[in-house]
Design a protein around this ligand. Structure first.
Ligand code: A5P
Length: 232
């Protein structure tokens, strides 16, 4: 089969991210198709270069992939300080490096792992840099099941029409942590930090997919090559 150029670019970005990984590190393992390429590359380096790390997965899906590759997994309880997390994103705010994450449903564990990390390297393709920030995708919000309709109404007061995420069988999508997800479109987001705070203040909200001040580097796979973005 002919190689897919877009996939090869993402693979190159994943390799650039995994180049930051050194033996002895505790590494946060992200979720999504792009993060999976980084996990694959860590597996390759373990096999071919003797890289020795332990990983903390951000989802059950990633845990299964990592285990299949022979990557040792540990828990935050025993390894509360993560050296580096490598993850994907659904949208990136160039300059500030704010992110929207959670279209893959793992935003809560992803944010807990990112917040415990010394550095967070994010891998995306160019489409994730669409402007204005937030116009291209909803902000996923994890909410507790109890009274989710009331939580959705309160979120609506922030100027969005929350949509309950469904799984393939038209039942509510349930996260690894047992929560529901409301996808909230805000259009362009002028002040992501203020919006993230406002969402978080609503009772019933567990976490929002707005990641503020967490990414330290974004590696963009674009047709022109790999572009590295750092915070202004
Ligand atoms: C998972 O919950 C998300 O935050 C992913 O990081 C995000 O959806 C990016 O996924 P892709 O790399 O598959 O686009």
């Amino acid at each position: 089969m002919a190689p897919d150029p877009a996939l090869e670019l993402k693979r190159a970005a994943a390799r650039a991210a995994v180049a930051h990984v050194r033996s002895g590190m505790v590494v946060g393992l992200g979720t999504g198709s792009t993060a999976a390429l980084a996990v694959e590359e860590i597996g390759r380096r373990q096999r071919e270069e003797g890289l020795a790390i332990v990983g903390i997965p951000t989802s059950e899906r990633t845990a299964r992939q990592a285990e299949g590759l022979g990557i040792s997994l540990v828990e935050l309880a025993t390894h509360p300080r993560i050296d580096l997390t490598i993850d994907g994103a659904d949208a990136v705010n160039r300059g500030r490096l704010d992110l929207i994450k959670g279209l893959g449903g793992a935003l809560l564990r992803e944010k807990i792992v990112a917040a415990a990390s010394e550095a967070m390297v994010v891998i995306v393709d160019q489409s994730k840099l669409a402007v204005p920030f937030g116009a291209s995708c909803p902000v996923p919000v994890a909410v507790v099941r109890f009274g989710w309709q009331a939580t959705a109404r309160r979120l609506g007061e922030l100027g969005t029409e929350p949509v309950l995420r469904l799984d393939g069988a038209d039942a509510p999508y349930v996260t690894d942590g047992g929560n529901l997800i409301l996808d909230c479109r805000f259009g362009g987001i002028a002040d992501p930090g203020a919006l993230g705070t406002a969402i978080k203040q609503i009772t019933g909200v567990v976490e929002s997919g707005l990641f503020i001040d967490l990414a330290t580097e974004v590696i963009v796979a674009s047709p022109g090559g790999i572009e590295i973005l750092r915070r202004d």
